[in-house]
Design a protein around this ligand. Structure first.
Ligand code: 5GP
Ligand code: MN
Length: 345
């Protein structure tokens, strides 16, 4: 039995033992995989009549709110005391699509202090081994892994069309519509199962990709036309976005989703970096093609991490300083790409 199977077996026993409240937490700035997995897992507990709560440290973007159970998610920004109470009372806390409590923003100290069993279900490298960990970096998404966890604990029969839709949302969005991280046959077996279990693929595509506002297209158009810079010497594209531009184009959470992938469609570009100015910090998103570990770059200089081809980070300095830092560290990154990245960096 492998390690994940052992933890799943232990978890199954624990779930059958006592009555408990469940808290489910996605990562900060939740994406389709984080929200899809929360939606599907909550639906298990709703069917079993177990008390459950989805808690977020910030907000679920508008375009994912159609998913089942997500309208009930509570943000720490709106109800901090209620969130603290639910975390303190929880018997089990599920940490979905992230590998450490550090990715839970303002919820982190309360989750760290909780007496609950903490279970990570995730596909990022280096999960926090102090928790119960169900993790696999080979899968396309947390949703793909969660499908297997749910099947092993409760059986496929518990998966209804709403859960199939939520799980597919995570698989689809984390792979850029099945373009990257999706070369394993298993991913398509899961999708085939989900179709048999009632997945409405056309509906999900419509909800995720065909609900844009004109202002979002204008925002993206402006960035691509006026802001995209391609480095003269290295295969790197950089897109800085100011707070003023976000306001000008009526930015809403999720409006920049997917933008960072577009420069990778330029034939010679293998790294794309989006640098977005927010009220309190500057957020970086890294994407790459092939064996180019941008998570090393994010980790070494930008307080971040992530996957080989998709990583992120943040800085508390000005947008200009972050742009400067990115430009200054380009040669470092490409030198190490040749010589290898040591663990200390
Ligand atoms: P995104 O660019 O979509 O925000 O993030 C891409 C990937 O990098 C995601 O899988 C996410 O988990 C990871 N990531 C984003 N921001 C951070 C961060 O600040 N720290 C770490 N460790 N990972 C991050
Ligand atoms: Mn994910």
């Amino acid at each position: 039995m492998n390690k994940n199977e052992e933890v799943i077996k232990k978890l199954k026993l624990r779930l059958n033992q006592t009555k408990f409240k469940v808290v489910i937490i996605p990562h900060i700035s939740p994406d389709g995989d984080a929200v899809g997995s929360c939606s599907a897992l909550a639906e298990v507990f709703r069917q079993l009549e177990v008390e459950w709560h989805i808690l977020t440290c910030d907000y679920i973007p508008e375009y994912l709110r159609f998913l089942k159970n997500i309208s009930r998610a509570v943000s720490y920004q709106d109800k901090p005391e209620w969130c603290r109470q639910l975390i303190a009372e929880a018997g089990i806390i599920f940490m979905l699509d992230h590998n450490t409590m550090k990715r839970e923003g303002d919820l982190e100290p309360w989750v760290a202090a909780a007496g609950a069993l903490r279970v990570i279900i995730d596909h990022h490298p280096d999960p926090d081994e102090r928790q119960w960990v169900i993790s696999d970096t080979r899968v396309s998404s947390t949703c793909e892994l969660l499908y297997s966890v749910i099947s092993q604990i409760w059986g496929k029969e518990i998966i209804n069309p709403d859960m199939a839709n939520a799980l597919y949302t995570g698989i689809n969005t984390d792979t850029g519509g099945l373009s990257h991280n999706s070369s394993r046959p298993e991913t398509y077996r899961v999708i085939a199962d989900l179709l048999e279990l009632g997945l409405n693929k056309a509906y999900i595509h419509e909800q995720i990709y065909q609900m844009n506002h004109l202002s979002r297209l204008r925002l993206i158009g402006n960035v691509l036309l006026n802001k995209l810079q391609v480095d003269a010497h290295y295969p790197v594209a950089i897109m800085p976005i100011t707070l003023e531009e976000l306001n000008r184009y009526d930015y809403k959470d999720g409006d920049l989703e997917g933008l960072v992938n577009i420069p990778l469609s330029i034939h010679h570009i293998c790294v794309s970096i989006q640098i977005t100015e927010r009220k309190e910090r500057v957020k970086l998103s890294f994407r790459s093609k092939g064996e180019v570990p941008v998570n090393q770059w994010a980790k070494a200089f930008f307080n971040g991490g992530g996957h080989l081809n998709a990583a992120g980070g943040q800085m508390n300095t000005s947008l200009e300083e972050v742009i400067k830092k990115v430009n200054e560290t380009i040669p470092w990154f490409f030198d190490h790409l040749k010589t290898g990245f040591s663990e200390e960096e």
